[in-house]
Design a protein around this ligand. Structure first.
Ligand code: ZN
Length: 132
């Protein structure tokens, strides 16, 4: 079974902390030991795991990606959102977290972020939880 998390993003580029939603699905699954896969079925979004405690880290990630991949840089893709596609590929479309004793084994400061690169819009995150 694949679970869905709906995400409403608020800006063109935005990192949304979805850790508590993913944790809720793990709890509901009843799986004590296994793996939780988090995947975005979108070409201009991504998933990353990074610091969730200090919001300046999220801002620095967003600003650094903007510097690395400017919005206009002579791209050929006619839709005009090539920067979003490139950021999606840099960040990646998935992540996984190990589950032990029914809990995600994230580090103390780690959070799971949905990464929006061409918002604001409604997005879907797919979550698969498997036991070992
Ligand atoms: Zn496009």
């Amino acid at each position: 079974m694949i679970h869905s998390i709906n995400v409403r993003t608020r800006a063109r580029v935005d990192l949304v902390d979805i850790t508590s939603e993913v944790e809720g699905l793990v709890k509901k699954s009843g799986i004590k030991d296994g793996i939780c896969y988090v995947y975005v079925p979108h070409t201009t979004a991504g998933i990353t795991i990074n610091e969730g405690a200090d919001p300046s880290v999220k801002r620095d990630i967003i600003h650094s990606l903007e510097r690395l991949v400017p919005r206009d840089a002579g791209y050929t893709h006619l839709e005009g959102n090539s920067d979003a596609h490139i950021k999606s590929s840099l960040v990646g479309a998935s992540a996984f977290v190990l589950i032990e004793q029914g809990r995600l084994q994230l580090g103390t400061w780690q959070a799971i972020f949905f990464c929006e690169f061409d918002g604001p819009r409604h997005r879907r995150v797919a979550v698969k939880i498997t036991g070992d």
